[in-house]
Design a protein around this ligand. Structure first.
Ligand SMILES: *Cc1c(COP(=O)(O)O)cnc(C)c1O
Length: 401
């Protein structure tokens, strides 16, 4: 068979820029760690890898006490774990509105028999902590079991103030558990589970953690474990009690996803080598460069920030609203196919209205300039005015440091 008949994909020279907000680029060290042969399940090295992942995640989440459970699953799997462990059919949770991701989590909870009270979501705005406090005060019989809060909604690129939410729950004097989804913010924005007073935290491998998709995890404190123990909801694979074991086979309810664990171990080691504070500062700088570019582009009137509150703009991803008549999917296609820059589109009600630039994980200033240049070139191809020039502003921002 020669290459004409093999239907081979043509090799594209050079680096392809992956700027989706997950999956993100995987560092070479992680790729290499994952390319090892599997281990037998009794191999003590396997237990060491699992232990390193658990303690590394606890360190990154800044919790001393919480137990970590990891699943061969994506973020939705980790949501399912939380719902089935904490919410019996007919019980209620409060889901503060952040957009697509809060709504997806709410719908999944309802599909599993839970009831959901929602606080309203205003497009482009973070969670309204006042509305959360009000909803909890209105629940005089304390029927709400938990508050399910999304830290950074990856669709809107808005980050909410988790401390304000904790304060609201305390002010209402409500015993609901505080469950936080940091899938999109962990490793890109400051977070401290114990200091915050979160009872459960949810994450996944493929965003700020720089590992391929497929590993979801939760950290669970003793108050949440106690609620889970009393919860009669039938469950098996997701069950925290069943997974509380020293045996690898029990911890994972079967064979552990070894390659992903090896990747996570390597990624956590990169994270602690660089330093969490340094990583957050790097994400802030790169996000500022993206914001400078969007600010420049928006001068042309064709594009604008979706996020309406500058302080709530995420350090992970930026959602750009396009004027009616401009097709963000066409911009994405030109960026990907002609300029090798992959950006994301709109989710749920934002489909066809926005594009999104991911800027988290294994990223540096020159990479974000490459991405922004590719996007600006795609805008030009599509006849969209680049305003005052996004690139120039991004370069100026990075030059300032
Ligand atoms: C990506 C994401 C999820 C879902 O993760 P999947 O791995 O796609 O299932 C959940 N919550 C947030 C905030 C996310 O960004």
């Amino acid at each position: 068979m020669n290459s004409d008949t093999m239907n081979q994909a043509k090799r594209i020279p050079g680096h392809r820029f992956l700027h989706s907000p997950g999956p993100t680029r995987v560092p070479d060290e992680v790729v290499h760690a994952m390319s090892r042969q599997p281990m037998d399940l009794a191999d003590p090295r396997l237990l060491d890898v699992i232990g390193a992942c658990e303690s590394g995640l606890r360190r990154l989440l800044r919790t001393r006490e919480a137990q970590v459970f990891m699943y061969s699953a994506n973020g939705h799997g980790a949501w399912e774990a939380v719902i089935t462990n904490l919410v019996a059919p007919g019980q209620t949770v409060l889901v503060p509105g952040t957009g697509h991701f809060s709504e997806s989590w709410a719908v999944q909870t309802e599909a599993l028999g839970g009831r959901v009270v929602r606080t309203p979501y205003l497009e482009g705005f973070p969670i309204d902590a006042g509305a959360v406090e009000q909803a909890l005060r209105a629940d005089i019989h304390h029927e709400i079991v938990a508050v399910f809060a999304v830290h950074t909604d990856t669709a809107s690129s808005v980050t909410s103030d988790l401390r304000a939410l904790r304060t609201a729950i305390n002010a209402a004097g409500h015993p609901a558990l505080f469950v936080v989804d940091v899938v999109a913010s962990l490793g890109a924005a400051p977070f401290a589970m114990d200091e915050l007073g979160a009872n459960v935290v949810i994450g996944a491998s493929q965003k700020g953690l720089m590992v391929p998709p497929g590993l979801g995890f939760v950290a669970v404190d003793s108050a949440a474990m106690a609620v889970a123990r009393r919860n009669p909801m039938p469950r098996f694979y997701w069950d925290w009690e069943r997974r509380s074991s020293e045996l690898a086979y029990r911890k994972f309810c079967g064979t552990p996803p070894q390659s992903l664990l090896l990747g996570l171990e390597a990624a956590l080691s990169l994270i602690f080598q660089e330093g969490v504070d340094q990583i957050i500062a790097r994400h802030r700088l790169i996000a500022r460069a993206v914001h400078a570019a969007v600010d420049g582009w928006s001068g042309g009137g064709a594009l604008q920030f979706f996020s309406r509150v500058p302080e709530a703009r995420s350090t992970s991803v930026t959602t750009v609203l396009v004027q009616p008549g401009i097709d963000p999917e066409a911009i994405r296609e030109v960026a990907r196919e002609r300029f090798q820059v992959a950006i994301a589109g709109g989710l749920g009600p934002l489909a066809g209205r926005v594009f999104r630039i991911g800027h988290l994980g294994d990223m540096n200033p020159a990479m974000i300039l490459g991405c922004l240049a590719g996007v600006e070139a795609a805008l030009k191809v599509q006849g969209v005015s680049p305003g005052r020039g996004g690139m120039q502003q991004a370069v100026a921002c990075l030059a300032e440091g």
